[in-house]
Design a protein around this ligand. Structure first.
Ligand code: MN
Length: 138
């Protein structure tokens, strides 16, 4: 079963996203802030993380950067969810290490398609990368 961690501080958004993910057949873990999210990412090793960018305390970009610096969580794909939808937002997300980016309001078919694409990418990478080989930039 595929496990998805949703990090989102807005309760209404969280409920909706969790329902949708469950309906799509995923196991869903939820965190209302980045600190809890980082802990769950490490202990539960989800297959993918949906990361709201605007969070109280630590924001989603900082949290993503920390996930990507940690060898225990760096390979977990992170899809950023942002309400900002500003020019340059996409770039800021990628610099922080996000693998994908979806602007709110969420368009659920697009979100599900992005999740499937990221999971497929991760699966193909885990088959092609030799475990002891050092990662080098493309
Ligand atoms: Mn938020």
């Amino acid at each position: 079963m595929t496990k998805i961690l949703v990090i989102e501080d807005n309760l209404a958004n969280m409920k909706l996203t969790v329902l949708l993910m469950q309906k799509a057949g995923y196991i869903v873990l939820s965190a209302l802030d980045a600190e809890v999210g980082l802990t769950l990412a490490q202990t539960e090793q989800p297959d993918l993380i949906l990361m709201d960018i605007q969070l109280p305390g630590m924001d989603g970009l900082v949290a993503t950067a920390l996930l990507k610096q940690n060898p225990a969580t760096r390979t977990i794909p992170v899809i950023a969810l942002t309400a900002l939808a500003m020019k340059g937002d996409d770039e800021r997300c990628r610099v922080a290490g996000c693998d994908g980016y979806i602007a709110k309001p969420l368009h659920y078919p697009a979100l599900l398609a992005e999740i499937k694409a990221q999971l497929a990418k991760r699966d193909s990478l885990s088959f092609s990368i030799e475990p002891n080989k050092e990662e080098s930039p493309p």
